[in-house]
Design a protein around this ligand. Structure first.
Ligand code: ATR
Length: 280
């Protein structure tokens, strides 16, 4: 439901909300598709979030992206789909008539990026996922939805891996962090969802030489764009899916819901965001 009469606009709600690449992505699509519309950043503190979201339309928006620290409350304050419920967080909101609906586009961002970067990846019989935080939930949901039947979930705090595995059922096997080495030879897809390798964080030390020759490596970290994990995997000739690809692919659905056209992740868009990332 929208009460405004001017061009449609969406926004990103966060606290703090600076340094997001979402405006760059959505403005690129608005421009190249010739759509008159807007995408703003709204820095909203936790105490103002419920009011803002419950009157999103009155604030001038047809929908929104939601980022830290609001994703769990966005879920509670809207009508989430199965993906958002399973992930326990909503990052994209839109109106369906008067209803404010929500989803979690990290799931399709992850899966569609893998499809684009490493077609056939889903033939993998075993997948190894590192990390058991919020990002890992979206990855696990996407893998299982796609039909992967065996996922090893390694986390520094193994209790967190166990708790997450319990929510996803028998296909997800929690393992201790020091079991990674012995699982690598069976991992046809390796996914890093931890913050290791991110600018300012410790490096992720994984011996990619132990992965199968046809393995696919995905890293959700995109600052730096080429993490040490991806550089090592590429040097071995393995196919890779990087965090920037996931970021771009996860933005597609929101744009489509708000502005009515499904945009594409083009090499030009990638180059534009890549140039912005290297300014850091
Ligand atoms: P997100 O929502 O991005 O997934 P998160 O919920 O804070 O963020 O999860 C961060 C992940 O990175 C967790 O799996 C965390 O492991 P713990 O559950 O043991 O904290 C992992 N992580 C962060 N720093 C780490 C480190 N130094 N070594 C191993 N794992 C680390």
């Amino acid at each position: 439901m929208t009460t405004q009469t001017g061009p449609r606009a969406a926004c990103l709600i966060g606290w703090p909300a600076a340094h997001s690449r979402s405006p760059l992505i959505h403005h690129y699509w608005l421009r190249t598709l010739g759509i008159e519309g807007g995408y703003n950043i709204e820095a909203i503190p936790p105490e103002g979030f419920a009011e803002f979201i419950l009157h999103l339309s009155a604030h001038g928006f047809v929908g929104a992206n939601v980022t830290r620290p609001h994703k769990e409350r966005a879920l509670a304050l809207s009508e989430p789909d199965a993906r958002a419920r399973a992930v326990g967080a909503a990052n994209t909101l839109w109106y369906d008539g008067a209803k404010l609906r929500s989803t979690n586009t990290d799931v399709e961002g992850f899966i569609n990026n893998l499809d684009a970067s490493a077609p056939g990846w889903d033939k993998a019989s075993e997948v190894l996922v590192l990390g058991a935080g919020g990002a890992s939930r979206a990855v696990l949901f996407g893998l299982l939805e796609r039909g992967i039947t065996r996922v090893h979930l390694a986390n520094r705090t193994v209790a967190r891996a166990r708790a997450l595995a319990d929510q996803f059922g028998a296909a997800v096997h929690p393992v201790a962090w020091d079991a990674i080495g012995e699982l690598l030879p069976r991992a046809h897809v390796l996914v890093n969802t931890t913050s290791l390798g991110m600018h300012g964080q410790p490096l992720l030390e994984v011996d990619v030489a132990r992965l199968p020759a046809d393995a696919v490596v995905a890293d959700l970290v995109y600052v730096p764009l080429r993490t040490m994990l991806l550089a090592a995997a590429e040097a071995r000739g393995l196919r890779c899916a990087d965090g920037l690809g996931m970021l771009l692919h996860q933005a597609v659905r929101g744009f489509e819901l708000w502005f009515g056209r499904r945009p594409e992740v083009t090499p030009e868009l990638r180059a534009l965001v890549e140039a912005d990332l290297t300014k850091v």
